[in-house]
Write a protein that binds this ligand. Structure first.
Ligand code: FAD
Length: 314
């Protein structure tokens, strides 16, 4: 019988299972394989300073060491920073973004990303930021967990439950809401980028995250909705026109995939840990699952094992 049963195979569940397994704990992971996790659709940006434009400051304090956490556990963590640009008509957006954020420098974008030579007069470079490929990271974590003897099942949890079901836990967590995010995967041999490019726009900001072999993740909408259906035509058009504004050669890119994921969010858009009805809940990752799940999982460990040593010493 397992001591811990982690529900959910998204980034939150796998981070928790990893830390438990690293402590030598007996863990099983229960997943509903019929549902694609929101984590599957993520961009994989580890960008605490850019996110501070619209997020509480805790996102910086919790997220700034996350790239190092990932680097110790999975391959393919790229430490090339983030480049933020804006079309000439929206260049005031860059000033606003600079005021709202820190740890950046003004640059000529073409000097950071040669493919952007001559396209944008100026940009903001966040040198400390990183990115990873979420699908690769999730599958490597899962593989490592299996090598450590962690069992993956679809039902019948037998240990103390740690619920990391993302938006699927909403019936038990009534403050949790869904924020729909639509995305596209492109393939192009014509354009090469080494780092995420964020395009500012007053109505529709978007980003392009490079993946392996000429692939790019293009995202993402932010819609207050629990509709998990396929990408809308409108979102597809807006994302593609933003990609075109970053580089016209992307007009010839191939659309390899599109999709949508539901980000689980609490009212403050910050993750929370709860204990209720004999269950621990780690949820509310919002748009920061890869950025914040490692630190939230570390906090959960402190809570679990502090409570436990307290129990034993009582
Ligand atoms: C388009 C998009 C782009 C994003 N980009 C980024 C980014 O660049 N950087 C970043 O840090 N974050 C990003 N995010 C946010 C991030 O993806 C989410 O915060 C994160 O995926 C939430 O993870 P989770 O593990 O809580 O939930 P999920 O990933 O949704 O995982 C929930 C898991 O629970 C399982 N489950 C459901 N029901 C049950 C059940 N009954 N029993 C057992 N298991 C069950 C599901 O199968 C799934 O495996 C993005 C999100 C989207 C949608």
């Amino acid at each position: 019988m397992s001591r811990w049963s982690v529900l959910g195979c998204g980034v939150a569940g796998l981070c928790v299972a990893t830390l438990l397994a690293e402590r030598g704990e007996d863990v099983e992971v229960i997943d509903d394989e019929s549902r694609r996790p929101a984590s599957w659709f993520a961009g994989g940006m580890l960008a605490p300073w850019c996110e501070a434009e619209s997020a509480p400051r805790e996102v910086i304090s919790l997220g700034q060491h996350s790239a190092a956490w990932w680097q110790q556990r999975v391959s393919g963590v790229e430490h090339h920073g983030t480049l933020v640009v804006a079309p000439p008509r929206d260049s005031q957006e860059l000033n606003r973004f600079a005021r709202m954020t820190e740890q950046h420098q003004w640059v000529n974008p073409g000097e950071i990303e040669p493919a952007l030579e001559g396209r944008f007069a100026r940009g903001l470079f966040f040198a400390e930021e990183a990115h990873l490929d979420p699908r690769r990271a999730l599958s490597e974590m899962r593989e490592q967990l299996m090598q450590r003897g962690v069992r993956f099942k679809t039902q019948h949890p037998q240990g103390q439950i740690i619920d990391c079901r993302g938006i699927h836990a909403a019936p038990e967590l009534p403050r949790l809401r869904a924020v729909r995010g639509e995305m596209v995967i492109l393939h192009s041999d014509e354009v090469q980028f080494s780092r995420p490019i964020r395009l500012l726009h007053p109505r529709f900001p978007c980003y392009l995250v490079p993946r392996r072999d000429g692939h790019f993740m293009l995202g993402a909408t932010m819609i207050e909705s629990d509709d998990a259906s396929a990408i809308s035509a409108r979102a597809m058009m807006e994302l593609l026109s933003a990609a075109y504004a970053i580089h016209p050669a992307l007009a010839e890119a191939r659309i390899v995939e599109s999709g949508s994921g539901l980000r689980p969010a609490y009212p403050a858009n910050l993750p929370e840990i709860h204990y209720q009805n004999d269950t621990y809940y780690l949820n509310g990752m919002y748009r920061h699952g890869f950025l914040l799940a490692p630190m939230l999982a570390e906090q959960l460990m402190q809570r679990l094992f502090a409570e436990q040593s307290h129990e034993y010493s009582a």
